[in-house]
Ligand binder design. Structure first.
Ligand SMILES: NC(=O)c1ccc[n+]([C@@H]2O[C@H](COP(=O)([O-])OP(=O)(O)OC[C@H]3O[C@@H](n4cnc5c(N)ncnc54)[C@H](O)[C@@H]3O)[C@@H](O)[C@H]2O)c1
Length: 260
């Protein structure tokens, strides 16, 4: 991936950071985007101290169209192109039943997870069209192919990500742009650790162990596994996978019922 330019949103931690590491190892140039400025700086420093990597960091909230336009413009100004786009930033919201869901939080989840992913593609795709090349990975979730109790806006937004991915694949395949989504199951990142705290505030580790028991692999996912899949989908090695939502969940989304 030498000289390939990769934008990663939500890059400061979790799945974004893991992908940044996987791409840095392969020699890509990175544009790290996050709205947590402090964590973003720390991520940049950590990557630079471990890998020989050129990095542009841009503080931006992906739910704000102007800020998305700006991170894309800054990338083109500095590097002149965008080979890969990991459209990853997202939030879970708070867990609550469908009719009880706090409307402000509902709208925030939609603004970040749906509109943020859309704005990203809206500004990145024209750059890739000019190049006649591009690879995009949007981050959906198992909640983008299944229902998840008490997470209505999350599930709605992630189904939307999967839908927009199909459309981008259909509309821009002719321009050499392959767009896919990944659907992670429970991967142990700060977001998922926070979800286990909501399920069992007294002992989140118990909630974590319970959840892992249900998975065919009897384990939670490692962010590094997701990083490897993303690095493949963003590379030229991926020549023909387009418009798909690929589960990375230990097989859990194939289960019907919960065999122990
Ligand atoms: N971890 C999992 O098991 C899992 C499962 C399915 C889907 N996902 C999805 O993967 C993506 C990353 O999740 P994670 O687990 O790494 O989360 P995380 O909370 O650990 O990290 C998310 C990062 O995104 C940033 N971010 C959030 N909202 C932003 C915004 N509006 N603008 C810019 N940056 C923003 C945060 O500051 C943080 O650095 C999300 O879209 C999430 O829905 C995660």
């Amino acid at each position: 991936m030498k000289d390939q330019v990769m934008i990663i949103t939500g890059a400061a931690m979790g799945l974004g950071y893991a992908a940044a590491e996987a791409l840095a190892k392969k020699g890509a140039k990175l544009v790290l985007v996050d709205y947590n400025e402090k964590a973003l700086k720390e991520a940049e420093e950590k990557l630079k101290s471990t890998y020989q990597v050129e990095i542009l960091s841009v503080t931006a909230d992906v739910s704000k169209e102007e800020q998305v336009k700006n991170y894309v413009e800054e990338t083109v100004t500095k590097f002149g192109k965008i080979d890969g786009f990991y459209n990853n930033a997202g939030i879970e919201g708070k867990q609550a039943g469908l009719t009880d869901y706090d409307l402000d939080i509902f709208k925030k989840v939609i603004d970040i997870n749906l509109m943020g992913v859309y704005y990203g593609m809206r500004y990145v795709i024209p750059v890739m069209q000019k190049q006649k090349f591009g690879r995009i990975v949007n981050v959906a979730s198992v909640g983008g192919i299944r229902g998840v109790v008490n997470q209505t806006p999350y599930v709605a937004s992630k189904h939307a990500v999967s839908g927009m991915t199909k459309n981008a694949g259909l509309e821009y395949g002719k321009d050499g742009i392959l767009t896919n989504a990944i659907a992670p199951g429970a991967i142990l990142t700060p977001m998922v650790a926070e979800a286990f705290k909501q399920v069992n505030p007294d002992d989140p580790k118990v909630a974590e162990a319970e959840y892992a028991k249900r998975n065919p692999t009897k384990a939670l996912g490692d962010p590094k596994d997701v990083g490897s899949l993303v690095a493949f989908l963003l590379s030229k090695e991926n020549g023909y996978v387009n418009g798909q939502t690929i589960a990375i969940d230990g097989g859990e989304s194939n289960m019907y019922g919960n065999p122990e």
